[in-house]
Design a protein around this ligand. Structure first.
Ligand code: GTP
Ligand code: MN
Ligand code: MN
Length: 602
């Protein structure tokens, strides 16, 4: 950790001015400039151990890995406290909370006065994307949470080179974060400082993020959802690219042909699992490039190209096992920060779904002895692991290629017990944009809200679009137009791994078996199969889907591919009602798709 004015040959004046100004307001005890070094990480980890924020796991079982336990009130993204403060409320749209920027800044400046008293303010320069990629964007986050700094080390590229490039004129996003828990003289700190009052505020016009009161991932690791999705989506609209809640993978067929796909599923609906898939079909392989966020732009070759702006995984722990996601389990061998998981007697981690048997003598996510008969879970349902991508055995060797990879297909999906077939292919780009705009999912623990309730989550971006969702659809339609005129248009598909039978069990085996669906997509791209033209889109002839060796009957497969007209009609009406909330901003092309969908069903 060092002062950039002594180690850099040039001084990033506006970063220094930004830090000075916030130092005056927040009044920290000390200011530390971070450089992303291993030494810096070791020092912070030691500090957090001393303060009780993190607890080391058994080094023989899980080397250099730690458990953090958050405040029970600070366990997920808080969408009700997340604001898009555009100058014009119309630009935030009906899907975001809006407060005028001046009003929000006044509120937050009042709260921020002395908010870092007794704490250290860390200044963290970072790059989203390979530092010298034309698609990379820079930021600087100030924070008073060592947990956040260490998480940033694992999640993004923290480097002084960023400050050098900013000095040379590169633009950057200003990220301000405080847990909002000042310490009085001599007051003892708690393990997880935070504040009951929380604000995660975005100022798209000035490219600023101000986050107050939470230390939880999505609220506090500002490069992730706040920057790489909310602010970046606004930058992308202005600059002609796309910032999406998407995994990024390379698939190689038995013939050795490579394909790249992105997939947008709402939080806790299978992106990380898909990104690390171990295909059950012989000869196929999946390489991981990203598991949560993709930035896409049209390259000189006229193709849609994608990069992963992050450098780590912040994955959902529950449900992750050697059976469902062996690659994730291998990735987590060590050097991992776990949050809100359970701890075994031996000092290793455990969560629901890791093993069938619940081990004896667990300590639950609140740090108390776990009573297996209590009906309570040992790990929080939104327990997470934070780990660098470098540890992922399926990581593509060229994952940080500054040019990105050319995209062959875009997949949308959600968690639906019924109504939505296993897979549907869009008729064309515009129909695909329509499918993306109508995505709905049964709610999970990744955000506040009632679990299981269906909510519309267009493009899996409902909580992340930094501007009006109607304009967002328009931007997608415009990208399609440019791709049509300049190059090649990727295919668009919709999937649903989550249909259930009468007993509430998933019908489709999922996970590594999902390659069967991907294989069909690739065979469609290669022109090998015709498809059923249904009211919802193009579905496979059951015999074209390779279910050789799958634990699935032919009847069950037919059921998974069937379109039930009554359910489809009810869903279309719900989608129609949702889309009507965008009023005049709903693009004409989407209106036309809705009309066409109605007439197909009638
Ligand atoms: P965020 O990181 O919050 O954006 O979520 P995500 O989309 O990465 O979700 P993730 O891959 O972590 O999966 C969330 C949950 O869905 C886990 O409990 C998984 O076990 C489960 N899941 C993932 N893929 C499948 C699948 O193909 N079938 C079934 N039944 N469950 C799945
Ligand atoms: Mn996510
Ligand atoms: Mn994930």
């Amino acid at each position: 950790m060092n002062d950039p004015t002594t180690t850099l040959t040039v001084t990033p004046e506006d970063v220094v001015a930004f830090v000075d100004q916030w130092q005056d307001t927040l009044q920290p005890e000390a200011v530390v400039w971070c450089d992303g070094s291993t030494r810096e990480r070791h020092e912070l980890i030691q500090l957090m151990q001393d303060q009780g924020t993190i607890e080391p796991l058994n080094a023989e079982l899980r080397p250099y890995s730690f458990v953090a336990r958050s405040e029970p009130t600070d366990v997920a993204r808080v969408e009700s406290r997340t604001f898009v403060c555009s100058v014009d409320p119309e630009d935030a749209g009906p899907t975001n909370n809006w407060v005028a920027p001046d009003e929000m800044k006044n509120t937050l400046l009042d709260l921020s006065e002395g908010a870092m008293r007794g704490r250290t303010m860390y200044v963290v320069p970072f790059s989203m994307g390979p530092i010298d990629s034309p698609m990379a964007r820079y930021g600087v986050q100030i924070t008073d949470s060592p947990y956040v700094v260490v998480s940033l080390h694992l999640m993004v590229r923290v480097s002084n080179t960023v400050l050098q490039n900013i000095t040379a004129g590169a633009s950057w996003v200003k990220c301000v974060h405080t847990v909002g828990a000042p310490l009085a003289e001599g007051e003892e700190d708690v393990a997880w400082p935070c504040n009951d009052t929380k604000y995660i505020s975005h100022f798209p016009e000035t490219r600023e993020i101000w986050s107050f009161g939470s230390a939880y991932g999505g609220n506090a690791l500002l490069p992730k959802k706040a920057f790489a999705l909310r602010i970046a989506s606004a930058m992308a609209r202005d600059e002609g690219w796309m910032a999406e809640h998407m995994l990024l993978v390379r698939l190689t067929s038995p013939e050795g042909k490579r394909y790249h796909m992105v997939a947008a599923f709402p939080s806790a609906c299978g992106k990380t699992n898909f990104a690390m898939m171990q295909p059950v079909l012989d000869g196929w392989s999946v390489e991981t490039l990203g598991d949560d966020i993709a930035w896409l732009a049209i390259g000189d070759d006229g193709r849609l190209r994608a990069i992963n702006p992050e450098a780590g995984f912040f994955g959902v722990a529950p449900g992750t096992s050697h059976k469902t996601n062996p690659v994730a389990m291998d990735t987590l061998w060590g050097h991992t920060m776990f949050t809100n998981v359970a701890v075994t007697q031996e000092g290793d981690v455990w969560w629901e779904g890791m093993t069938k048997e619940v081990p004896e003598g667990l300590t639950n996510w609140r740090g108390e002895p776990h009573d297996p008969h209590s009906g309570h879970r040992a790990a929080h349902p939104n327990a997470r692991f934070t780990v660098s991508v470098d540890q992922c055995p399926s990581l593509a060797a060229d994952w940080d290629n500054p040019e990105g990879v050319p995209i062959d297909a875009i997949i949308f999906g959600g968690r639906r017990s019924d109504t939505v077939p296993l897979v549907v292919e869009a008729r064309d780009w515009d129909h695909g944009v329509y499918l993306g705009s109508t995505i709905a999912s049964e709610q999970t623990a990744a955000a506040e809200g009632t679990i299981g309730v269906l909510r519309r989550d267009p493009f899996a971006m409902l909580p992340f679009a930094g501007y009006h969702m109607g304009d967002y659809m328009k931007h997608w339609l415009g990208m399609g137009e440019r791709l049509r005129s300049q190059g090649r248009v990727p295919r668009i598909f919709q999937v649903n791994w989550f249909q259930k039978d009468e007993d509430g069990r998933f019908i489709w085996p999922g996970f590594g078996d999902n390659i069967r669906v991907v294989k069909w997509m690739i065979e469609r791209i290669e022109g090998q199969h015709s498809a059923n033209d249904t009211a919802l889109g193009l579905t496979p002839h059951p015999e074209d889907l390779d279910i050789d060796g799958a634990e699935l009957s032919e009847e069950a497969l037919a059921g998974l591919l069937r379109v039930d007209p009554d359910l489809a009609r009810a869903d279309l009406n719900a989608a129609d009602e949702f889309l009507s909330t965008f009023g005049d901003k709903l693009p004409e092309a989407i209106r036309a798709q809705l009309q066409a969908a109605h007439s197909r069903l009638d």
